[in-house]
Design a protein around this ligand. Sequence first.
Ligand SMILES: C[S@@+](CC[C@H](N)C(=O)[O-])C[C@H]1O[C@@H](n2cnc3c(N)ncnc32)[C@H](O)[C@@H]1O
Length: 318
Amino acid sequence: MDKFTHETVLLNEAVEGLAVKKNGIYVDATLGGGGHSEEIVKQLDGTGHLYAFDQDERAIAAAEKRLAPFKKNITIIRANFASIKEELNQLGIDKVDGVLFDLGVSSPQFDEADRGFSYRYDAPLDMRMDQRQHLTAWHIVNEWSFSDIQRVISRFGEEKFAKQIARKIEAAREIKPIDSTFELIDIIKDAIPAPARRKGGHPAKRTFQGIRMAVNGELDVMEKALIDSIAMLGKGGRLSVITFHSLEDRLCKRIIKEKSSYPELPRGLPVIPESAEPELKKITTKPIIPTEQEQDENRRSHSAKLRIAEKNQEVSNG
Ligand SMILES: C[S@@+](CC[C@H](N)C(=O)[O-])C[C@H]1O[C@@H](n2cnc3c(N)ncnc32)[C@H](O)[C@@H]1O
């Protein structure tokens, strides 16, 4: 597959959430096909700048082409967004006006058969977003313990039959290594009772999601990146986060809630001191979801949820 097309989810809503200022400094933590980045950069004048992160070399190559007309206003950084703060600090940036996250995997990553993300293609068990990383899905499936595999499938995949699947994986790899996606799918199908297999989408969907999230350490890096991004926002700066499943959404909701809540104050205080004001103000109390039309036109958008928050005041974390 040489064509890199990712249909951007919640394009206008997520970028509007950033309330872009022409001369602002923005970060797209998940460049992907460059859809959100393009919309942000179009709104900047000669002094505004966008820093865009991705860890996937193919995504970067495609986005560089798409964004070539805006080259002066963009710096593309190939790095995990876990190091958003460190990377930006190295470039002399310690305050930004907005950060956008559009989490998860892009359509091309799913559609490039050799990446091993999809249960639709037979491919080596890979699932790395960053091709430089050592850990692949193969290592998890063939080398991790029964209980670690069960935990990953159960926690990240929210798969009811995680234990049965982990047992079958353990038995199968005793005979020979499990090398391909289709071999893994046969094992998963064998582990799930027939009536359950016919319900709830593809039987391997949840296991693949769980293993993918473990390969890429998705929840761990998300937590650090959100906290660092909030810390880097200047007063009035915006955070716009699109998540695609409940675990990500719950984590995002929890962080925004913690950062936008008042601390416990002594009862009867006549006025709340300014220093006790929370770091963030929620812009969305309920997440924004794609319109019916977007959901009809882009299947991937079905589970998307957008949460937006604004920096209320800077809080010293040191
Ligand atoms: C859903 S796509 C983004 C699509 C993009 N907003 C667009 O409009 O085309 C997510 C992208 O984020 C990247 N990504 C996911 N987790 C990452 C991480 N921890 N660090 C850097 N990039 C990451 C993936 O490689 C993928 O290209």
